[in-house]
Design a protein around this ligand. Structure first.
Ligand SMILES: Cc1cc2nc3c(=O)[nH]c(=O)nc-3n(C[C@H](O)[C@H](O)[C@H](O)COP(=O)(O)OP(=O)(O)OC[C@H]3O[C@@H](n4cnc5c(N)ncnc54)[C@H](O)[C@@H]3O)c2cc1C
Ligand code: FES
Length: 260
C-alpha cells in the first residue's frame, strides 16, 4: 500500500559531510509499511520547478515514533531544495514505492555491498535482517567524510574502503568482497551503488555462485509504472525486453536486468 502525505512534518535535517544530509520526517503509515529497498517520491517545492518528484531510498525507519530517515546527496535543483528544509517544515511525499529486497532469509551469512550514497537502502536492509542473520557489510566511498553516517545509523559489522585511504582499505569496496570470499561462502549478497560497482560485484558473485540482489538507480518521472521513463533492459534470466525500475524494481535479482 502506498500513501500520499502532502504535509509530512520534518523532524530533523543534519548536514553530515559536504553536500550530504540526513533528513527525517514523520510519516507513521510509510514507516509502518515500508520494506527495505523501497523508496519515497518527494515533491521538493510547492511551485512547479522542478515539476517532477525526486526518488530517494528509505534509509532507516523508527516504527514506534513513525519516523522515516533519508540519506541523500545534493546533486541538482531538487536535492538542493530538499537540503534547505528545516525542522518544523513539511514535505509532500508518496511512498513506500517499488519492489524492495527479498528479506525471506534467516540463520544465514549475508553480505551487503554498498558504494557512496548507495549505502542508504542497505542500512534499512541491515536493520531488518540483523536479528536473524549474520551480516557483514562492505561499504565504500570517496573518503572518510562520505562514510560518516554509517556509524550513526547501524551497529553491524562493517569493513570500509575509501578511494583516498582516509579510512579502511585504500581502494574499491569490491577488493574487500573478493578478499573475504576467498575465506568463506555466504548464502546471499545484496548490493547498491554506482553502476560500475554493481557490474564488478555481479562478475565476482557469478564466479562464486553467490545469489545477488541489486538495487538500481534510474532517472524517474511518475515513479509508479505509468510513463516508461525509468526502463532498463532485461537480463539473461527471462525473455528479452524492458523492465520498469520504479515498479518492478528498484531491486532485482542480478540476472533479471542487464548490468554488464
Ligand atoms: C530508486 C532510487 C533511489 C534513490 N535513492 C537515493 C538516496 O537514497 N539518496 C540519494 O542521494 N539519491 C538517491 N537517488 C538519486 C536521486 O533520486 C537523484 O540524485 C535526484 O533525483 C536528483 O535530483 P536533483 O533535482 O537534485 O538533480 P537533477 O537536477 O535532476 O540532476 C542533477 C544530476 O543528477 C543526476 N541524476 C538525476 N537523477 C538521478 C538518479 N535517479 N540517479 C542518479 N543520478 C541522477 C543527473 O543526471 C544530473 O547529472 C535515488 C534514485 C532512485 C531512482
Ligand atoms: S518512472 Fe514512470 S514508469 Fe517508472
Amino acid at each position: 500500500m502506498k500513501y500520499h502525505i502532502p504535509q509530512a512534518l520534518v523532524t530533523g535535517q543534519e548536514k553530515k559531510a559536504e553536500s550530504t544530509y540526513l533528513l527525517s520526517f514523520h510519516a507513521p503509515e510509510i514507516a509502518k509499511d515500508a520494506q527495505p529497498g523501497q523508496f519515497v517520491h518527494i515533491k521538493t517545492i510547492e511551485a512547479y520547478d522542478p515539476l517532477l518528484r525526486r526518488p530517494i531510498s528509505i534509509c532507516y525507519v523508527d516504527r514506534e515514533k513513525g519516523l522515516v530517515v533519508l540519506w541523500y546527496q545534493v546533486v541538482g535543483k531538487g536535492t538542493k531544495l530538499l537540503s534547505s528544509l528545516k525542522t518544523g517544515d513539511s514535505i509532500d511525499v508518496i511512498g513506500p514505492l517499488g519492489r524492495g529486497f527479498d528479506t525471506a532469509i534467516s540463520g544465514e551469512k549475508i553480505y551487503l555491498i554498498g558504494g557512496g550514497i548507495g549505502i542508504a537502502p542497505l542500512i534499512f536492509l541491515a536493520q531488518s535482517l540483523k536479528e536473524e542473520n549474520n551480516i557483514t557489510a562492505f561499504f565504500g566511498g570517496k573518503n572518510k567524510e562520505q562514510l560518516l553516517p554509517v556509524n550513526q545509523l547501524t551497529s553491524i559489522n562493517c569493513e570500509l574502503a575509501t578511494e583516498d585511504g582516509s579510512i579502511g582499505h585504500q581502494g574499491f569496496v569490491t577488493d574487500l568482497l573478493l578478499r573475504r570470499l576467498a575465506l568463506e561462502k555466504p548464502a546471499r549478497a545484496y548490493a547498491c551503488g554506482p553502476n560500475g560497482m554493481l557490474e564488478q560485484t555481479a562478475l565476482i558473485t557469478r564466479k562464486h555462485n553467490l545469489p545477488l540482489q541489486v538495487s538500481l538507480e534510474s532517472v524517474m518521472a511518475c515513479g509508479v509504472g505509468a510513463c516508461l521513463g525509468c526502463t532498463c533492459e532485461k537480463g539473461s534470466s527471462g525473455e528479452e525486453g524492458w523492465v520498469k525500475v520504479c515498479k518492478e524494481g528498484p531491486v532485482f535479482w542480478e540476472d533479471e536486468v542487464k548490468l554488464l
